[in-house]
Ligand binder design. Structure first.
Ligand code: UD1
Length: 421
């Protein structure tokens, strides 16, 4: 059977929604358990496809886990082989996160090259260059990265800020010999949570949350404490965007507002007012939705993972919005799909101009990647009649209970199944 998401026009939402744990924090922490000498529990782990893919990989390597009600008990002491196969890695690029920990613990591993993906080439050259500097011998053979050698600390300068690259090297450096300095490190909240967990596990790390990390390797496996995954700032931003595009009052709960700063600033400049409490945020309707200018960048700048959702909102703004995608070269695939719904968006290189406001009319649209698909869901809420979003497996890679959460806000959404044509 073939599944798609049916959305009927749901012009007003109301109520509140609880935000799940961050997929992008859970993935590196699960990979980090490869460095652990004890079993441990991760709480608030989102039950999304990407997490389950990484768990499948851990199991495939010989690790054990139990994942129930967002609590993950994991024990990697039984890992008995070190090949991350193509079958698993091809479905999720973030599988590259096992490279640093496997190499640091076992001194030899093979991880399938993730290859290109829909949002651009997304190479892993910076991961490999840094590991080579740490003393790894890296060969590319038959589509696999074969890494071997004993790692030693050194100074690494990342030519570009890379989130999973920083995480991979921070993990590897934690049990390497000597001190590693990562210059131009990523400082996303998910990187910070990983570094804090490594520190709690006994690693000396300075500079957490800055662009320079200094990590003193322990030269032995780590003693991890239990960890609660931070809230997903992108899921949170997506529900705020749902409030914005439908110009409704909704509340998101269980969030860390400080992690959402750039998103909140942009919503305010579009005319929405916000009530911000310790761990919840309410968005209120705007008198007039104003156009916006956005450039994506590394944290604390505006996240590339929220670019597509803001483009959907911009279709309802009064004037021309401009969005520049500076991180990924092919992350505008939602544009032709939004245009199928009646949006007026053109692209010049890295810059998209969105001419609003436009009346959207439901149609069949194709999800192309995780965040692009959430933009189509948002557009579907205000599109007249019915929108059918196809290839919805992209959505379930990163959004926990998406349909249930939207329904609880009053949206009309359901998964439909049809025989494969
Ligand atoms: C992570 C996030 C993803 C987010 C992205 C940017 C996870 C699991 N995924 O992806 O949701 O969209 O950060 O915030 O946390 N680059 C290279 N060579 C490399 C590595 C990266 O050229 O070896 C480039 C990329 O092509 C891109 C830029 O660096 O242009 C940033 O990518 P990076 O931060 O590495 O993204 P991911 O870690 O894959």
């Amino acid at each position: 059977m073939y599944k798609y998401l049916l959305i009927k026009e749901s012009p007003k939402l109301k109520g509140s929604v609880k935000i799940s744990g961050a997929k992008n924090a859970a993935l590196p922490l699960i990979a980090a358990t490869i460095l652990s000498k004890n079993s441990l529990t991760l709480k608030n782990v989102p039950n999304v496809a990407d997490v389950n893919t990484l768990l499948k990989l851990i199991k495939n390597l010989g690790g054990e886990f139990e994942f129930k009600d967002n609590t993950l008990k994991i024990d990697t002491s039984s890992i008995n082989h070190t090949i991350a196969t193509y079958e698993i890695v091809k479905t999720m690029r973030a599988s590259i996160l096992v490279l640093g920990p496997l190499l640091a613990r076992f001194g030899d591993c093979k991880v399938s090259l993730p290859g290109g993906c829909a949002i651009g080439a997304r190479p892993v050259d910076l991961h490999l260059k840094a590991l080579t500097q740490m003393g790894a011998n890296i060969k590319i053979e038959g589509g696999y990265i074969h890494a071997s050698g004993k790692l030693k600390g050194c100074d690494i300068v990342f030519d570009k800020v890379t989130v999973t690259g920083t995480e991979n090297i921070a993990m590897a450096a934690s049990i390497a010999k000597g001190t590693t300095r990562i210059i131009n490190a990523a400082k996303e909240p998910e990187v910070i949570q990983l570094c804090k967990a490594l520190k709690e596990a006994g690693v000396e790390i300075d500079g957490i949350g800055t662009n320079e990390l200094v990590i003193k390797g322990q030269n032995e496996l780590l003693d991890f404490k239990d960890i609660k995954i931070i809230p997903d700032r992108i899921e949170a931003g997506t529900y705020l965007a749902a409030g914005a595009i439908t110009n409704s009052k909704i509340t998101i709960e269980d969030v860390i507002p400080a992690h959402l700063e750039s998103i909140l600033v942009k919503l305010k400049s579009m005319g929405f007012s916000l009530t911000i409490d310790d761990n919840k945020i309410t968005i209120h309707p705007a008198d007039e939705i104003k156009p916006i200018t956005i450039q994506t960048s590394e944290y604390p700048g505006f996240p590339t993972d929220m670019q597509a959702q803001f483009m959907a909102i911009a279709t309802q703004a009064n004037g021309v919005s401009t969005i520049e995608e500076r991180l990924f070269e092919n992350r505008f695939m939602h544009i032709p799909e939004l245009n199928r719904l009646g949006a007026k968006i053109d692209i010049r290189g890295k810059i998209a101009n969105i001419y609003g406001p436009t009346t959207l009319i439901g149609a069949d649209v194709m999800a192309t990647d995780l965040r692009a698909s959430s933009a189509l869901v948002l557009a579907g809420l205000i599109a007249k009649n019915e929108t059918k979003v196809h290839r919805i497996y992209h959505l379930f890679r990163g959004y926990e209970n998406l349909v249930e959460k939207f329904k609880s806000l009053g949206a009309y959404m359901e998964i439909r199944e049809e025989p494969i044509p």
